[in-house]
Ligand binder design. Structure first.
Ligand code: CP3
Length: 354
């Protein structure tokens, strides 16, 4: 790990963007802060705009509206970063699969069969995501220079779980069976997703993103062999592929539920920082990860729903627990629609002022 960190280049001077600088290795006097799913239904201005925008995917593909939604949380809160408003499932959409978001039900896709994999669109499908790159350019133009712009994509295994099951699942059973029953089609699907994701992230950087995050939201429920094949190897290929085009590209990996495999994930993928879910004990992370590894997280989002002393106490102990290493303060998963805005204000104020 230390040899890997030693390979990383540090720009001679700071960029002046607090979050980006921390990812690049420059220490900060307080943790930078952003909130997973910070643009979304807990904000009345998001709900109002969402009403006028048609479908969720229409919103993602309308640059003026997507840029506005991206900036909404930064108008309210002193966050250090904006995250591009889009979704991990625009990738299967661009690859030619049918993707729909049913109001109140979550995503629905046409489940992919082994024989469909060969028909997925490759890089020519990237043209479908031109509105996303335009959104990045609009956000960049509207963002103050000290704020970091985060781009993202879903990691191949996580995106594949939705493509195979056609929806979110509790134990990823359909994808786990597909991987074992159709190993060749599964490997081909992951290869297609790796190649597409590299091209997609490179374009996000070229359009103006400072950092990208790989969302491996379903890194749990895998044995260590499956984790190495389906999580570590594809994430590593994406990191290498993106950095071949954008030398030193800053990348945060978020392997939700990686648990005891988190150190292997960091060491073998080469990500700059690792997002921790709220089930990851602070002491375990500090023992498992060398001090040179930066972390992001990891407050339970439901603590922000309830707020008060239990939220402040837990947030303070996370900040104190990670004070010996680079740390981006965040939730350990996405903020939920029921969250009171006053609690978010209080939480961000606590990160700024203790
Ligand atoms: O963080 C942000 O503010 C940026 C936007 C963003 C969205 N989705 C917007 C969204 C990001 C980074 C995502 C990532 C995403 N999407 C993930 C990885 C992170 C995670 O939560 O684990 C996953 C698994 C998805 C797939 C997805 N999209 C699901 C399962 C759902 C339905 C659940 C839900 O929260 O409604 C979505 C829809 C979605 N993506 C919404 C938003 C704001 C809600 C849709 C709406 O407004 O109608």
């Amino acid at each position: 790990l230390d040899s890997f960190q030693g390979d990383r280049r540090l720009p001679a001077s700071r960029t002046g963007k607090r979050l980006l600088d921390l990812v690049l290795g420059h220490e900060q006097e307080r943790p930078p802060v952003w909130i997973m799913r910070q643009a979304g239904r807990y904000l009345p201005e998001y709900r109002a705009l969402r009403q006028t925008a048609g479908s969720f995917l229409d919103l993602c593909y309308t640059p003026e509206l997507a840029a506005e939604v991206t900036l909404q949380p930064l108008r309210r809160f002193p966050l250090d970063a904006a995250i591009l408003f889009s979704d991990i499932l625009v990738v299967p959409d661009a690859m030619g699969r049918t993707v729909r978001f049913e109001q109140g039900e979550g995503p629905r896709l046409e489940p992919i069969r082994p024989e469909d994999v060969a028909n997925l669109k490759g890089e020519e499908g990237l043209a479908h995501l031109a509105p996303v790159f335009e959104t990045v350019r609009l956000v960049r133009a509207g963002l103050s220079p000290e704020k970091t712009l985060i781009g993202f994509c879903g990691s191949p295994w996580t995106v594949a779980t939705y493509m195979i099951a056609g929806r979110g699942t509790t134990d990823q059973g359909p994808a786990r069976l597909f991987a074992l029953q159709h190993p060749e089609a599964f490997a081909a699907l992951i290869d297609r997703l790796v190649d597409f994701s590299i091209a997609y992230l490179v374009e996000q950087f070229r359009a103006g993103c400072d950092v990208v995050q790989l969302f491996e939201s379903w890194a749990m429920n895998l044995d260590e062999v499956a984790f190495a094949e389906r999580v570590i190897a594809p994430n590593r290929r994406i990191v290498e592929g993106v950095r071949a085009a954008i030398p030193g590209a800053p990348i945060i990996g978020f392997p939700r539920g990686a648990a005891g495999l988190v150190a292997r994930y960091v060491e073998e993928t080469g990500v700059d920082m690792v997002g921790l879910d709220y089930g990851m004990p602070v002491d375990f992370a500090n023992t498992a990860l060398p001090a040179s590894v930066g972390v992001q997280g990891n407050l339970d989002p439901l603590r922000v729903v309830v707020g008060g002393e239990q939220m402040r106490e837990r947030a303070r102990s996370i900040i104190a627990g990670f004070s010996g290493r680079r740390h981006i303060f965040n939730l350990g998963h996405g903020i939920v629609p029921e969250t009171p805005i006053a609690h978010v204000e209080e939480l961000i104020n606590l990160v700024h002022n203790g």
